[in-house]
Design a protein around this ligand. Structure first.
Ligand code: AP5
Length: 235
């Protein structure tokens, strides 16, 4: 895994290809860190949350099915997610590696991913757990704002836009996600602890899990992730 500037056009199985899962509770900073990693290492950033929100916006059949679960902070059924990911992983941009953000989120999803990758003759390099306390998550998500146009992520205190309710990058309107209300956030956290946290031991037993303290500043978290990536390169 090497930075974009030095990357070659890789083939399957090349050590320079990064296939990583970012695991962690809602608000851990998965989307924030993924945007930086994508820019630096030129890998596909696959966020199931973003894909589902786009489907809701486009009023597709999947979007209509998913919306009621998302609004309540519940997980969308595994079969819908796995079907969506089976198609997404076949896309061209995944050939140079990928960063999974928000998938898998249940043990059955992780088992399905194992099967999908096996069929494609691919394997994972690492699962990076962004570890952060629930109270920090609530503060982060209550203050999160996103750009409706380009998806840039802000925070009213920790990363405000210099243009108030407009995006610094593209001038688009900033908005608050429907599921970033305190009651829904608490429910998402419960769902995380009940259904997603078991993946920590699932991947630990496979020797893939790496932990990062995500309760610190974004730049410190990124530095820890980069150190892990570089360690992988050295292996
Ligand atoms: P999804 O969009 O995946 O939401 P999530 O996992 O709950 O994660 P978030 O996007 O809320 O948080 P994040 O970790 O990306 O944090 P961010 O970087 O934005 O999923 C939404 C819904 O879709 C689910 O509830 C479910 O219904 C459905 N879904 C999605 N995938 C599914 C699946 N696989 N199976 C079933 N259902 C699925 O940061 C948060 C805030 O904190 C920002 O304001 C940011 O600026 C700030 N921040 C980030 N890092 C720091 C830092 N280090 N210091 C200070 N502030 C920080």
């Amino acid at each position: 895994m090497i930075p974009k500037a030095e990357a070659s056009s890789d083939s399957k199985g090349d050590v320079n290809i990064m296939r990583v899962i970012l695991l962690g509770p809602p608000g851990a900073g998965k989307g924030t860190q993924a945007a930086e990693i994508k820019a630096k290492y030129d890998v596909a950033h696959i966020s199931t949350g973003d894909m589902l929100r786009q489907n809701v916006k486009d009023a597709t059949e999947l979007g209509q099915q998913a919306q009621k679960y998302m609004d309540g902070g519940k997980l969308v059924p595994d079969e819908l997610i796995v079907k969506m990911m089976r198609e997404r992983l076949k896309e061209k941009d995944c050939e140079k590696g990928f960063l999974l953000d928000g998938f898998p989120r249940t043990v059955p999803q992780a088992e399905s991913l194992d099967g999908l990758l096996e069929n494609m003759n691919l394997s994972l390099d690492a699962v990076i757990l962004l570890d952060v306390a629930d109270d920090i998550v609530v503060d982060r998500l209550c203050g999160r704002r996103m750009c409706r146009q380009c998806g840039e992520i802000y925070h009213v205190s920790f990363k405000p836009s210099s243009q108030g309710d407009k995006c610094d990058k593209c001038g688009g309107d900033l908005f608050q996600r429907d599921d970033d209300k305190e009651q829904v956030i608490r429910n998402r956290l419960k769902v995380y602890h009940d259904q997603t946290a078991p993946l920590i031991s699932y991947y630990d037993e496979k020797g893939l899990l790496r932990r990062v303290n995500a309760g610190t500043s974004s730049s410190s978290v990124m530095a820890e992730i980069e150190a892990l990536v570089n360690e992988k390169v050295a292996e």
